[in-house]
Design a protein around this ligand. Structure first.
Ligand SMILES: C[S@@+](CC[C@H](N)C(=O)[O-])C[C@H]1O[C@@H](n2cnc3c(N)ncnc32)[C@H](O)[C@@H]1O
Length: 462
């Protein structure tokens, strides 16, 4: 819900006033009413198949759609420009809303402010598109990165697919990437707000001719025939994996659920499914490539590729700081890396390499071994500038003992440390505070297990 009308006088503090501006404050959301709301996509409840009809939910969605439509008019555009200026001037919310209300009217002020806030959040990932696109807080939270949506679209269309159905379009990130790549797109969502956002964003991107449809992806996939779904050559499925602001770890509780993911992979060869990074490898069907993508040291998406675009067993893709993609692939399971004694360099594998199960490939490339059979740290005699790892020169290795560690750091003149841990219950921030000292130097302190024993590896700061 963008804005609940009738907030007559914005007030400072934590009173109910600001909470009505539902584009950004989480605490305004109705409580999750249980598993039936897995499909909740925007900050209002989304109609979910089998869920009893909810007039209030429908009413909120209709109101949000009406607000979005109003923002798409010339006066809405003027309100958005003004809201952006106020945000750029770092005007506080209460003052900005008061001014907006007097300048653009009560109806447009709240929604314009809310959208402007989301645009600001979207800018780092969406660039220039952020200032023409419309997002609710939830739609933006669920949106993939345009850079990766473009890459996914190119790969999906590489073998000649011309039409694609986007099964759960949300704000239309995939729909737009696919249409820009030249596909005829059918964008589907159960949520009327998502459909409106996709319509507006496609129009803002100058794309015409794509179809936005109210439909249940579960039914569409169940009705797929001849390798096609909704009459399209290919499909993208990005199930909602959050409900009530919480991650749904169990794929059977995603919306659409795992059974639909599996059915799509089995019946539609040209497809891509976004899944949770923690997906159990045992769930990946035979012949389906699983890919983990990381950016800045965090996994940003995990994908299952249909049997047509699949090229390998597993793929780890690391997006470098320069935007260059580095891909590590294995046609079959490479097994585990060998363990060995700690040597002069410690290597921390990128999470995409860890999650994809390809540490053994990185170890071979680096001539490295694991510090412990159960811990994802590698060690070797040399530094590496490989994209698969971050390397640290080991200066000391000692059994974990706080007193001795403090004494060692003091002797080395180290007063600031970054603590990393793997296989240890310690709290990194707490230990970093405990190790703070008067010294000018800095170090990386790695708390882990080496050959089963709790160990600290002190490394030179990079
Ligand atoms: C994770 S979001 C998609 C995000 C989108 N790919 C992007 O990058 O912006 C999932 C979407 O699927 C929709 N959805 C959930 N269950 C659905 C179903 N059974 N049929 C159609 N849409 C569904 C939700 O309303 C939500 O908009």
């Amino acid at each position: 819900m963008l804005w609940h009308g009738g907030w007559a006088s914005p007030s400072r503090g934590s009173g109910p006033g600001p909470c009505r501006l539902a584009l950004y404050p989480r605490e305004c959301q109705p409580l999750n009413r249980g598993p039936a709301q897995v499909g909740t996509a925007m900050r209002h409840a989304v109609p979910v198949p089998g869920d009893p009809h909810d007039d209030e939910t429908d009413g909120q969605a209709a109101e949000t759609v009406r607000q979005l439509e109003a923002l798409a008019t010339p006066s809405g555009a003027a309100a958005l420009t003004r809201a952006r200026e106020l945000l750029a001037d770092r005007t506080d919310a209460v003052t900005a809303l008061t001014r907006l209300r007097s300048e653009v009217g009560v109806e447009l002020a709240g929604p314009a402010w809310g959208i402007a806030r989301q645009r600001e959040r979207a800018r780092p990932a969406f660039g220039a598109d952020a200032d023409r696109f419309f997002f609710t807080a939830d739609a933006l939270e669920q949106a993939g990165r345009p850079l990766l949506a473009d890459r996914r679209a190119a790969r999906l269309l590489a073998d000649g697919a011309r039409s694609v159905v986007d099964l759960g379009c949300a704000a239309g990130t995939d729909t737009i990437a696919l249409a820009r790549a030249g596909a005829a797109v059918v964008a589907v969502d159960l949520d009327p707000v998502a459909r409106e956002l996709t319509r507006l964003n496609a129009a803002a991107a100058g794309l015409s001719g794509l179809e936005v449809r109210a439909a249940d992806a579960v039914d569409l996939v169940a009705a797929a025939t001849g390798g096609r779904v909704a009459g399209c050559d290919a499909a993208v499925l990005d199930p909602a994996r959050r409900a009530g602001g919480r991650r749904q770890l169990d794929p059977d509780r995603w919306s659409p659920p795992w059974s639909t993911v599996q059915a799509l992979l089995d019946t539609v060869p040209t497809c891509a499914v976004k899944v949770a990074p923690g997906l159990d490898h045992d769930r990946v069907p035979a012949g389906v490539e699983a890919e983990w993508v990381s950016l800045g040291g965090s996994i940003v998406e995990a994908l299952l590729w249909g049997r047509a675009p699949s090229r390998t067993w597993r793929r780890a893709t690391v997006v470098g700081r320069d935007g260059v993609l580095h891909e590590l692939t294995a046609a079959t399971d490479p097994g585990d890396a060998e363990p060995g004694p700690v040597r002069g360099w410690l290597h921390e594998p990128d999470p995409a390499v860890i999650r994809s199960g390809l540490i053994a490939l990185a170890a071979t490339e680096l001539d490295a071994t694991l510090v412990d059979p159960t811990i994802a740290y590698l060690t070797s005699d040399a530094a590496s500038d490989s994209p698969w790892v971050s390397s640290y020169r080991v200066t000391d290795a000692l059994p974990f003992n706080l007193k001795k560690l403090k004494a060692l750091l003091r002797a080395r003149g180290v007063g600031r440390v970054v603590v990393k841990k793997r296989g240890s219950p310690i709290e990194p921030e707490t230990l970093a505070r405990q190790l703070r000292g008067p010294g000018e130097g800095s170090a990386v302190v790695v708390v882990t297990r080496v050959a089963g024993a709790p160990t600290v590896l002190v490394c030179a700061a990079p």
